[in-house]
Design a protein. Structure first.
Length: 54
């Protein structure tokens, strides 16, 4: 997780967006972004995940 800007009461509406960047048979890569009402990036994160099928 990386914090880019402070989130305050003046940030306005905050939007969270999660995206699967790559989806394979066994591994997936995802990213998340948190932006304020002006479109400024507040925080971002990336993840690698193991895909399990039951």
């Amino acid at each position: 997780m990386a914090y880019h800007r402070s989130m305050t009461k003046d940030s306005g509406l905050v939007r969270a967006l999660g995206t699967v960047v790559t989806l394979g048979r066994r591994v997936a890569f995802a990213e998340g972004r948190l932006t304020n009402s002006n479109g400024d990036l507040l925080a971002s994160a990336t993840s690698s995940l193991i895909v399990l099928a039951f």
